[in-house]
Design a protein around this ligand. Structure first.
Ligand SMILES: *[C@@H]1O[C@H](CO)[C@@H](O)[C@H](O)[C@H]1NC(C)=O
Ligand SMILES: *[C@@H]1O[C@H](CO)[C@@H](O)[C@H](O)[C@H]1NC(C)=O
Length: 418
C-alpha cells in the first residue's frame, strides 16, 4: 500500500509541470483578450475574431480560426515559456504570408513530429521552410503549388485529402516518404509516380471517383477504396498485402504475377472466381472475399496454387454450392469462414485434405443435417459455428457455436447418421 502511494506521488510530481504550463497570454491588450477556458481549451478574441486554442505539454498544440482571422496576425497570444509538442493542428486557418515555422515561433511553440492543416488555401514551398525535421504531414482541403513539399526531406508520412495539385505532382513529393494516403484527390497513381518514391511502403487511395492506381508498381502494402477498382493482372513483385474495397471486376482473370501474402477484397462485383485465379499466388497466407452479392460460382481450381493459405474467408456472397476438391490444395488451412452465404450443402470430401483445420464457421447459411457427415471427417477442429442454418433438431440448436472437443459435442448426431 505504502509503496503504491509512493509511486503515485512520484507519478504526480512528474506530471505536475503539464498542469502548470501557463496558457498563452496576450501582449497587445487592446487587440487580444482571453475570453474563458474549459478543461484544455482556451478562447481568445483577437481583433474581434474568436480563436480556439488547445494544448498539452509535449502532446499537441491546436488552433482553430474563425473566418477572417489570419495566422500572421501579430496580436495572437504567445506562450511565455516555450511549448514543445509532437503535433500541431491548424484548423480552418488560411495559409499565412510567412512560413509555418515563423508562425510557430511567434506562438513560442516547437513542433517535433507532425503537422495537420485543414482548410488552408494555397500552399507554396515558402510555407514549409525550416520544417525539414517534420516526419508527418496532413493537408486537408488545400491547393499545393508545384514542388511545395519537396524540401521536407525527412517526411515519412503524408496524407492529402481534397488537395488540388498540378498533374505529376506526386513525382515531386519527398523521396523519403514511407506512407502516402491520397483521399478524394481525383488523381491517378501511375508507375512513374511510384518509381519516384523509392522508400514507399504503404499506399492508401480512397476516392469517390474511379481513379486508376497501377498495382503493377505498387509498394509492399496497397489499400484501395474506390467505387469499382480494376487491378493490373501482373501485381507488383513487391506487393505483399492488398486490400480492395470496391473491387470492380465482374469476371476476374487469373493473376499473371502475384507475390501477395494477404488479399482482402470487399464490395466485389465478381460473379465467379476463375480456375487458376490464385495459381501464381503461392505465398498467399490469408484470403478474404467479403460482400460479393453477385458471386454465385467458385470454379474448381479457383484456389489451386495458394499452397500456403492458412486463413480463408468467403463471406456474404450468393454462393449456394462449392466445387468438389476446393480445399484439396490447401494443406496448411487453419481457419475457414464461410458464414453468411447461401450454402445449401457442402460437396462430399470437402475436408479430405484439410488436416490442420482448427476453426470452421458455417453460420448463417441454409445447410441441413447432411452437413454433419462432412464434418465428421475434420478431427482437427477446435471451433465450429453452425448457427443460423436449417439443422432443425438436437444436432443444431442455439448452441451451435462450440469450442473444445467438437467430436464429443456432435457424437450423437454422427452416430445417428452412421
Ligand atoms: C490560389 O492560387 C490560385 C492560382 O494559383 C489563385 O487563382 C487563387 O486566387 C489563390 N487563392 C488564394 C486564396 O490565394
Ligand atoms: C461466425 O461468423 C459470424 C458472422 O460473420 C460471426 O458473427 C460469428 O461470431 C462467427 N463465429 C465464430 C465462432 O467466430
Amino acid at each position: 500500500m505504502a509503496r503504491w502511494a509512493l509511486v503515485l506521488a512520484l507519478v504526480g510530481a512528474w506530471w505536475a509541470p503539464a498542469q502548470l504550463m501557463e496558457p498563452p497570454h496576450c501582449a497587445a491588450a487592446v487587440r487580444c483578450a482571453a475570453a474563458g477556458s474549459s478543461q484544455s481549451e482556451y478562447i481568445y478574441i483577437v481583433d474581434g475574431f474568436t480563436v480556439y486554442l488547445e494544448y498539452t505539454d509535449s502532446g499537441y498544440f491546436k488552433l482553430k480560426c474563425t473566418a477572417g482571422l489570419r495566422l500572421d496576425n501579430s496580436a495572437l497570444p504567445t506562450f511565455e515559456s516555450q511549448l514543445r509538442v509532437n503535433k500541431v493542428y491548424f484548423e480552418d486557418c488560411p495559409s499565412p504570408q510567412s512560413s509555418y515555422a515563423d508562425v510557430l515561433e511567434r506562438f513560442n511553440v516547437v513542433v517535433l513530429e507532425k503537422m495537420t492543416l485543414t482548410k488552408i488555401g494555397n500552399l507554396t514551398a515558402t510555407h514549409f521552410a525550416q520544417l525539414q525535421h517534420l516526419h508527418k504531414l496532413e493537408l486537408l482541403t488545400a491547393a499545393l503549388a508545384p514542388g511545395a513539399l519537396s524540401a521536407l526531406s525527412q517526411l515519412q508520412y503524408l496524407l492529402l485529402d481534397s488537395v488540388r495539385t498540378a498533374p505529376g505532382e506526386l513525382r515531386r513529393l519527398p523521396a523519403s516518404l514511407e506512407t502516402l494516403s491520397l483521399m478524394r484527390m481525383g488523381m491517378d497513381v501511375t508507375a512513374a509516380d511510384l518509381a519516384a518514391l523509392p522508400r514507399l511502403d504503404y499506399l492508401v487511395v480512397r476516392d469517390p471517383a474511379n481513379v486508376r492506381v497501377d498495382a503493377s508498381a505498387a509498394p509492399r502494402m496497397l489499400s484501395l477504396d474506390l467505387p469499382a477498382a480494376v487491378l493490373a493482372r501482373e501485381l507488383s513483385p513487391s506487393l505483399r498485402k492488398l486490400t480492395v474495397f470496391g473491387w470492380g471486376e465482374a469476371h476476374p482473370a487469373p493473376w499473371l504475377q502475384c507475390a501477395l501474402e494477404s488479399l482482402d477484397v470487399r464490395d466485389a462485383l465478381a460473379e465467379e472466381l476463375p480456375p487458376g485465379w490464385l495459381a501464381r499466388c503461392s505465398a498467399l497466407r490469408s484470403l478474404r472475399v467479403d460482400s460479393a452479392a453477385r458471386l454465385v460460382r467458385l470454379e474448381p481450381g479457383a484456389l489451386r496454387g495458394a499452397v500456403e493459405l492458412q486463413e480463408l474467408r468467403v463471406v456474404s456472397t450468393a454462393l449456394q454450392y462449392l466445387p468438389p476438391g476446393l480445399l484439396d490444395d490447401l494443406p496448411q488451412l487453419k481457419l475457414l469462414d464461410l458464414s453468411s452465404n447461401r450454402l445449401l450443402e457442402l460437396p462430399g470430401g470437402l475436408f479430405a485434405r484439410t488436416n490442420s483445420l482448427e476453426s470452421l464457421n458455417l453460420s448463417s447459411n441454409q445447410l441441413t443435417q447432411g452437413v454433419l457427415s462432412s464434418l465428421s471427417a475434420v478431427t482437427s477442429l477446435v471451433s465450429l459455428d453452425l448457427s443460423n442454418n436449417n439443422l432443425k433438431d438436437s444436432c443444431g440448436s442455439k448452441s451451435d457455436a462450440v469450442r473444445g472437443n467438437i467430436r464429443d459435442k456432435f457424437e450423437v448426431c454422427w452416430r445417428l447418421r452412421d
